[in-house]
Design a protein around this ligand. Structure first.
Ligand code: FES
Length: 137
């Protein structure tokens, strides 16, 4: 019987280590420059500008980007990596992008924090429209 609590303790520790690794891996990916997120040296085409609703936003999961169109023809682009612990934002509701890990909300129009625990705005990424397509980076 005494082995059971020990086993539970070990499993709990392993689970927590997994969570810690998830956070570290998410952060490390950005630091190593191996993510699909564009830099100023590597612009990325995201597709038709018409896919981003006026007054709304779209998440580009593969590129880890968020593009919004606050007013017709005005596009904003941000990293969709949460500034709290590096999870990727996965939902947009009522003009806010939401982090699945601890629930931070960011305004899609300007990247600012609407609800913590994140305290730092999303990283801004240059964006332009060329031939009707969005080019980020
Ligand atoms: S990683 Fe996004 S709220 Fe913690």
């Amino acid at each position: 019987m005494s082995a059971s609590p020990d086993r539970r303790t070990v499993l709990r520790g392993a689970a927590l280590a997994g969570i810690a690794c998830f956070g570290a891996a998410a952060c490390a990916g950005g630091e190593q420059g191996t993510s699909a997120r564009p830099s100023s040296d590597a612009p990325v085409e995201l597709g038709p500008a018409t896919e981003v609703p006026v007054g709304g936003a779209k998440l580009y999961a593969a590129q880890r980007l968020l593009v919004s169109q606050p007013t017709k023809g005005e596009f904003k682009c941000f990293s969709s990596v949460c500034t709290h612990m590096g999870a990727v934002l996965n939902k947009i509701e009522k003009g806010q992008a939401i982090c699945p890990l601890h629930g931070s909300h960011f305004q899609v129009a300007d990247g600012k924090v609407a609800q913590g625990p994140a305290a730092v705005p999303l990283e801004s990424v240059p964006i332009k429209v060329k031939g009707g397509k969005l080019i980020a980076g």
